[in-house]
Structure formats: structure tokens, C-alpha cells
Ligand binder design. Structure first.
Ligand SMILES: [Zn+2]
Length: 190
């Protein structure tokens, strides 16, 4: 059987498109200028059965440069003030709609002690006690979780919770928390 070059290219592009489209673009640590971690451990339960949603409880950011600065500040705060090995979260999402790589998939985080060994911590940058994240920021959160589901980076039976369900805190803020409780994978009784 003979395939024309055009046919072959179309098939290859189709495969490339659909494999790629499972996940949104993630801005890598090197792109945002992360410091190297002091140490790095794999999750004890991987793929993890939990996604824990946070807010940064800082001002929001709406451009890539402002969000990169915010992510760097959060990393410095966690490493220098808290003395953690790295930025605490696995991923951060800006009000610019971009996803920034924190510790990344499969890595033991520092965001809620009861769940660090078996979860992915995702932080939406801003304070969402009284106001909700913009739609692009919420959409990026949903896409990142779907990406984890589709690529097997999350356990097939995974569930989503807000930080307050695993610790004594108002995080991720009333407004964002209320949105999370509408997710089909939200767990009311973790
Ligand atoms: Zn939190």
C-alpha cells in the first residue's frame, strides 16, 4: 500500500494536534525564572487521588509579567521565610489565564500537611474571599484538572477539595470555594 506524502503529513499533524490538545500550555519553571529546589521528593501516592485548590491571598495579577513576578515572590516567601524546599504548590494560575509550573506533577508539595503526600496543590493567584476569579482563571483550573485526568497524572477516582477542608483556614476564600463545590469531582466529605 502506498500513502501520498500529503496524506502522511495530515495524519501526523492530526495525531500531534490531539495528543497536544489534552493539556493546556504550562509555563515552565525555567520560563518564569524559578530558583532550583533545595530538595525534591515524589508523592507517596502517585498518581494522586486528591486535588487541593488554594488562593494565594495576595493581590491578583492580570499580565504575564505581573504574574511571573507574583509567582517568584511566592517562591521566595516559601523558601526564605517558611524555609521550605521549594514553592509550596504544584501549580499556580494567574489572572492572566496562564498556568505556572510550581513543583509540577508527581512531586510532594507543601500546601496542606494532611494531603501533601497524596495530592496536587493548585493555587489561584489573588484573594477570592469576597470576589470570584475571572472566567479565564477558572477555565485554566478546569483544563489543568482535565489534563491530569486524561493523561493519568491524577488517579482515575480523584476528587477535588478546597484547602479549608483539610486544614484550619479560610483558603481558598468563600467565593472560590463556592465555585469548587459545583465541580462534579468535588468531595463534600473528604
Ligand atoms: Zn491554601
Amino acid at each position: 500500500m502506498h500513502f501520498s506524502p500529503t496524506f502522511t503529513v495530515v495524519v501526523l499533524v492530526s495525531i500531534w494536534c490531539c495528543v497536544e490538545s489534552a493539556c493546556p500550555q504550562i509555563i515552565s519553571r525555567s520560563s518564569w525564572g524559578a530558583k532550583s529546589p533545595r530538595s525534591k521528593l515524589s508523592l507517596r501516592v502517585n498518581p494522586p487521588p486528591w486535588v487541593v485548590v488554594h488562593h494565594s491571598d495576595t493581590p491578583s495579577c492580570t499580565s504575564r509579567s505581573a504574574c511571573e513576578s507574583r509567582v517568584k515572590n511566592i517562591q521566595s516567601y516559601h523558601m526564605d521565610n517558611r524555609q521550605w524546599a521549594d514553592i509550596g504548590y504544584n501549580f499556580l494560575i494567574g489572572g492572566d489565564g496562564n498556568i505556572y509550573e510550581g513543583r509540577g506533577w508527581g512531586v510532594y508539595g507543601a500546601h496542606v500537611p494532611k494531603y501533601n503526600s497524596k495530592s496536587i496543590g493548585i493555587c489561584l493567584i489573588g484573594n477570592f474571599q469576597a470576589s470570584s476569579p475571572p472566567s479565564n482563571q477558572m477555565e485554566a483550573l478546569k483544563q489543568l484538572i482535565e489534563c491530569g485526568e486524561e493523561t493519568g497524572k491524577l488517579a482515575s477516582n480523584y476528587h477535588v477539595i478546597g484547602h479549608r477542608q483539610g486544614g484550619s483556614t479560610t483558603c481558598p476564600g468563600n467565593s472560590l470555594y463556592n465555585k469548587i463545590t459545583t465541580f462534579s469531582r468535588w468531595e463534600s466529605n473528604p
